[in-house]
Write a protein that binds this ligand. Structure first.
Ligand code: SF4
Length: 122
C-alpha cells in the first residue's frame, strides 16, 4: 500500500507543523510526499505522482483545509484528513518554531497509516 501525505505548509505554526510531521513519516516507498499546491494548478506530473498512491492523508494546519481542497480540486475525493487547530486544539500563530502537541499529531498520523494498511489487507 502506498500513502500520499499532503502537508499544507501554511505560513504559521500549524502549517509548519504539518510539514514537520509529514517528514517524520515519508520514506518514499510506503509514505510519499505529495505537493498540495500542484494539484489545483493542474501540474500533470504532480497529479500523476499523487495518483500513484492508493490512499491520501491531507494534513491541514487549520479549518480552511487547503490540503483537502487541493485533493478535491484534482478529483481525489476519498482521503483521510486532519486539521491541527481543530483536532489538537492548537492556536494558530506566527511562531514557526512552535511544536505544541506535535507528538500527539504524530501518534494520530501513525494510527491513520496503520488503519489504512489494515483496510488494504482486508
Ligand atoms: S490549511 Fe490553514 S494553515 Fe494550512 S495553508 Fe491553509 S490556511 Fe494556511
Amino acid at each position: 500500500m502506498k500513502v500520499g501525505i499532503l502537508p499544507c505548509q501554511g505560513a504559521c505554526n500549524v502549517g509548519m507543523m504539518t510539514n514537520k510531521v509529514a517528514l517524520h513519516f515519508v520514506d518514499n516507498k510506503t509514505v510519499n510526499m505529495v505537493c498540495p499546491l500542484g494539484l489545483p494548478l493542474g501540474i500533470e506530473n504532480i497529479i500523476k505522482m499523487a495518483a500513484a498512491n492508493d490512499k491520501h492523508i491531507a494534513l491541514n494546519g487549520c479549518s480552511v483545509k487547503c490540503s483537502s481542497k487541493s485533493l478535491e480540486a484534482a478529483g481525489f475525493n476519498e482521503y483521510e484528513e486532519l486539521a491541527l487547530t481543530e483536532d489538537f486544539k492548537i492556536e494558530k500563530n506566527k511562531n514557526f518554531h512552535d511544536e505544541t502537541n506535535m507528538d500527539k499529531i504524530k501518534e494520530e498520523v501513525e494510527a491513520i497509516i496503520a488503519r489504512l494498511a489494515a483496510q488494504e489487507r482486508d
